[in-house]
Design a protein around this ligand. Structure first.
Ligand SMILES: Cc1cc2nc3c(=O)[nH]c(=O)nc-3n(C[C@H](O)[C@H](O)[C@H](O)COP(=O)(O)OP(=O)(O)OC[C@H]3O[C@@H](n4cnc5c(N)ncnc54)[C@H](O)[C@@H]3O)c2cc1C
Length: 307
């Protein structure tokens, strides 16, 4: 029987592990199919406090994991494949292993939706980005493009105008899905140049390990073109990793876990931290902050239970 199991090994899960391990709860961290989470997919992180020269994403994660292990956190590879939250102790399956736990911290993150191109995957963190707040600064004085037509794309494009000289907005339709207020702001910003009825078919240049251009196709005319850019931002939304909890925990309409009073979910003893419950900030530092909160909430819950 475990005191606490943590699902996920991104910034939220690892910070929860550091706090829970220091509180002598001997946490078990299930690392999941993307060990280290989203930061392990990126290169330089310049906005995590304490690193004035920046830090490579994978290095930051490795340091957090070492810190958690030093205090006694235990790690398992693989995904949690089933959970039963209907009674306590909660039960989980990690492949063939069956685990019982008094409390559960869910830090399974969210994945940015991608276009599905091989070049896009290979250049992620090398000019392809899913986060303007994180990476916009690297494109000072350059030309960039944002893909998408909803509020995510609109916000990313507007934010990027602080740095880039031109922001192309590539959308497969001839009008935006973004809210009217956002659409108006976009249309009145002279740095933003919409490219309508168009999809990205390839990102160049994998061989140079940097973005130099996007290959485009007009979906109406079939005409192909090459757009020289230094960065490509994918702004087509995020998908929280919550399928496992459907029907067991309250979620919003797109699947983000609902929390109240800190990190408490709709089931007592189950806490949620990081991007899995945050569709607004989605930063390493906010994920880490809520991981700390979840571990402290779990600790208090166990204490109250033991009376
Ligand atoms: C390319 C890129 C660059 C970024 N750059 C920055 C930056 O510069 N600064 C910044 O502050 N933020 C940045 N971010 C955002 C930041 O990475 C995220 O906000 C942060 O990683 C969220 O942490 P998390 O722990 O909530 O989730 P994630 O990092 O998404 O981790 C989720 C974890 O859950 C695990 N998991 C999922 N399902 C299961 C399951 N069923 N069983 C077990 N485990 C599971 C995964 O394996 C993973 O380990 C960037 C993101 C990306 C994609």
């Amino acid at each position: 029987m475990r005191n606490v199991v943590i699902i996920g090994s991104g910034c939220a899960g690892l910070t929860a592990a550091i706090y829970a391990a220091r509180a002598r709860l001997e946490p078990l961290v299930v690392r999941g199919h993307e060990a280290g989470g989203q930061l392990s997919l990126t290169t330089l992180v310049e906005n995590y406090p304490g690193f004035p020269d920046g830090v490579q994403g994978p290095e930051l994660i490795e340091r957090m994991q070492k810190q958690a292990a030093a205090f006694g956190a235990e790690f398992r590879e693989g995904d949690v494949t089933r959970v039963d939250l209907s009674r306590r102790p909660f039960t989980l399956e990690i492949g063939k292993e069956h685990v019982e736990t008094r409390t559960l911290i869910i830090a399974s993150g969210a994945s940015a939706k991608m276009l599905g191109l091989e070049s896009e995957r290979r250049l992620l963190g090398h000019g392809v980005s899913t986060c303007a707040t994180c990476d916009g600064y690297f494109f000072r004085g350059r030309e960039v493009a944002v893909v998408g037509g909803g509020d995510t794309a609109a916000e990313e494009a507007l934010f990027l105008t602080r740095y880039a000289t031109v922001v192309y907005l590539i959308h497969r339709r001839d009008q935006l899905r973004a809210s009217k207020i956002m659409a108006d702001r976009l249309m009145h910003n002279e740095k933003i140049k919409p490219i309508w009825n168009t999809v990205v078919t390839d990102v160049l240049d994998v061989a140079r390990n940097e973005v130099t251009a996007a290959k485009l196709r007009n979906v109406r005319t079939g005409e192909e073109s090459v757009l020289p850019i230094a960065g490509l931002f994918i702004g087509i939304g995020h998908q929280p990793n919550t399928d496992l909890f459907r029907g067991q925990l309250e979620m919003n309409e797109v699947g983000y876990l609902k929390t109240h009073d800190g990190t408490r979910t709709s089931v007592a003893g189950v806490f949620a931290a990081g991007d899995v419950q945050d569709h607004i900030y989605r930063q390493a530092i906010t994920a880490a902050g809520s991981g700390c909160m979840a571990a402290m909430d779990a600790e208090k819950f166990l204490e109250a239970e033991q009376g």
